[in-house]
Ligand binder design. Structure first.
Ligand code: MF3
Ligand code: CO
Ligand code: CO
Length: 266
């Protein structure tokens, strides 16, 4: 088992899948508001993916070893939910923060991206957590280039989160992606510079830091999927699918409505 390098034809297909994943987020963004249920957001996204895009929602019935099949087409994680929230009856209310994670399959290839949304006016801590998590993702992305190591990516993310008094979830990580939803390598969002896999052109993986306002500890709910913070503190996550190019990186999960890249100091 090892990292699968993608050739030019495969990269073209990954660009298409990546754009389509991002376009689902563009499509659903105007519907994310007070009073809507996460189940409704799922149903709208499902219809758009299947009926308009001709994509397959990768989460639906996804069942990695040790998991029961995921029952919905998108993941919706609210407030202290870290990731893998199952859409349902829950109605969004003023002040909630929500992660929507979209993975589509087009022509056999996966595109995977998630964004955060504020419902109404954000609280001060929620705004800061969401913004810092976005910066964490972009600082990680900015480290991606041939010859760099995955530890450089993780260390950058960890340093920025901890500088702001936040913590990095350890149990879930970014991942290689292509014909499979989750491939090698594992992309940890913490670590030490100068360690880990050395990056090469043609590698494609996600960077998707999960950052908690409180302690890093998590637990899984009885539904077998939803991950929440142990201390009930807020959690945020952003995700892009990224290609290692000859000189740096290319973000594949981009579209007209994607939030602009964040400038970063380091
Ligand atoms: N999209 C998630 C990721 O970024 C994985 C979701 S698995 C599911 O890796 F089954 F919950 F959809
Ligand atoms: Co992912
Ligand atoms: Co995802």
């Amino acid at each position: 088992m090892s990292v699968i390098l993608k050739n030019d034809a495969e990269i073209d297909k990954m660009r298409i899948a990546g754009r389509l994943a991002s376009e689902v987020l563009d499509f659903i963004a105007p519907q994310v508001k007070q009073g809507v249920s996460t189940g409704k957001l799922n149903d709208l996204c499902h219809a758009y993916m299947v009926g308009v895009q001709g994509t397959v929602p990768a989460p639906l019935n996804y069942a990695p070893p040790g998991y029961k099949p995921f029952p919905k087409s998108i993941c919706t994680s609210v407030n202290h939910q870290v990731c893998h929230g199952i859409p349902g009856e829950r109605v969004l209310k003023q002040g909630d923060i929500l992660n929507i994670d979209i993975t589509v399959i087009k022509d056999g290839f996966h595109g995977d991206s998630s964004r955060m949304f504020h419902i109404g006016e954000p609280g001060i801590q929620a705004r800061r957590l969401v913004d810092v998590t976005y910066e964490c993702m972009w600082r990680g992305i900015a480290r991606v280039r041939p010859g760099a190591q995955l530890g450089d990516v993780g260390a950058t993310i960890q340093a920025h989160a901890e500088q702001h008094g936040f913590s990095v979830v350890r149990e879930f990580c970014g991942h290689g992606i292509g014909r499979k939803f989750h491939e090698e390598p594992q992309v940890l969002h913490y670590g030490k510079p100068g360690t880990g896999l050395r990056l090469e052109p043609g590698m494609i993986f996600t960077i998707e830091p999960m950052i908690n306002a409180g302690k890093a500890g998590i637990r899984e709910l009885a539904d077998g999927w939803t991950i929440v913070t142990k201390d009930h503190s807020l959690s945020a996550q952003w995700e892009h699918t990224v290609l290692v190019t000859g000189t740096g990186y290319e973000v594949l999960t981009v579209s007209a409505g994607a939030p602009p890249p964040r400038s970063h100091g380091a």
